[in-house]
Design a protein around this ligand. Structure first.
Ligand SMILES: [Zn+2]
Ligand SMILES: [Zn+2]
Length: 315
């Protein structure tokens, strides 16, 4: 009679936890809007900023549901698999005009909905609305620069809205893919689906991903697993440390948000813990913890991943 193999279940969990999780939940942007609302209500100095971003996310949710994506061709997927490249490589992917329509819709919804907008936001929305109707070339140039990380100073006030539209467009495309189409990309520091850097990482509490760390794409919302205590940029395990801001009036918040720093490459990325705060959102809570960026920046670490809703100079 063969000896039964008894395990503690940890290997089973290792097999089951998915390497890549594509976005498929249509509630993703609506949940983010709720989180921004919550942060706005709790914020002492950034309430208006958080409320504006809540409106942007609500507009993203509506735009996401308004259209379906053309599925990515089998040939493009086979090509990317053969070359170990992400199937939606954002830097070269030929975007179609539906992202302009997403932008137009987002601009119109925020214009309708946002109560106390600053004159600058009002002017930006007006200008973007016009560009979305008449000048796609200029819009695509802003988008290309944002994706490349080369935004100009004059792009500044457009970024959260252009970023929001690009997120909707690429998230919709990513949601049409199957996980086995994207798991072949072996550069762990960029999104296996679109090749962009993550905004942050998230330690999850879902039953099939309990305590696993996932990097969250700044563009297409795909999540991919990376072991904890490993630099998400150079993949070193040696010189990783954590920094957080302790808050007296909100005990525990500092632990839900920390910066994972690496002394090998002198970079950092934030890491959020759902165990400490189940509602934490990598995009919203990132913008709610900019003080941590300042602190880590002062210590000489450079941030590796963008937040496409970040509004330079607005806060
Ligand atoms: Zn991505
Ligand atoms: Zn590193």
């Amino acid at each position: 009679m063969p000896t039964p193999i008894i395990t503690d279940g940890s290997m089973d969990r290792l097999v089951r936890a998915p390497k890549v999780v594509l976005p498929k939940d249509q509630g993703l942007f609506a949940e983010r809007a709720s989180r921004f609302d919550q942060l706005a209500a709790e914020s002492s100095g950034m309430g208006d900023y958080m409320r504006l971003l809540a409106q942007v996310c609500r507009a993203q949710s509506a735009a996401f549901k308004a259209r379906t994506a053309h599925s990515v061709s089998e040939r493009a997927i086979a090509n990317s698999r053969e070359h170990g490249m992400p199937p939606l490589s954002a830097h070269v992917f030929p975007r179609d005009e539906s992202w302009h329509i997403d932008l137009r819709d987002i601009v119109a919804a925020v214009q309708q909905d946002a109560g106390a907008m600053t004159p600058e936001v009002t002017a930006t929305l007006k200008e973007l609305g016009t560009l979305a109707e008449t000048d796609h070339e200029s819009l695509d140039a802003i988008a290309d620069r944002l994706i490349a990380g080369d935004s100009l100073v004059e792009d500044g006030s457009s970024i959260p809205f252009v970023g929001a539209a690009l997120q909707v467009y690429f998230t919709r495309l990513a949601s049409t893919l199957k996980a086995d189409s994207v798991s072949n990309c072996d550069v762990a520091s960029v999104c296996p689906c679109c090749g962009m850097r993550p905004t942050a990482s998230l330690v999850r509490i879902d039953p099939d991903r309990l305590n696993y760390r996932y990097l969250v794409c700044s563009l297409c919302m795909t999540e991919w697993n990376m072991e904890r205590v490993r630099c998400s940029s150079c993949e070193s395990e040696k010189d990783v440390a954590y920094m957080a801001i302790e808050s007296n009036d909100k005990p525990g918040l500092g632990q839900a948000v920390s910066a994972e720093t690496c002394d090998s490459c002198k970079t950092y990325l934030k890491i959020f813990s759902q165990e400490k705060d189940a509602l934490v959102d990598p995009i919203a809570d990132d913008l709610n913890s900019l003080a941590l960026d300042l602190l880590v920046d002062e210590k000489g670490y450079a941030r590796t991943g963008p937040n496409l809703l970040f509004y330079p100079g607005h806060v």
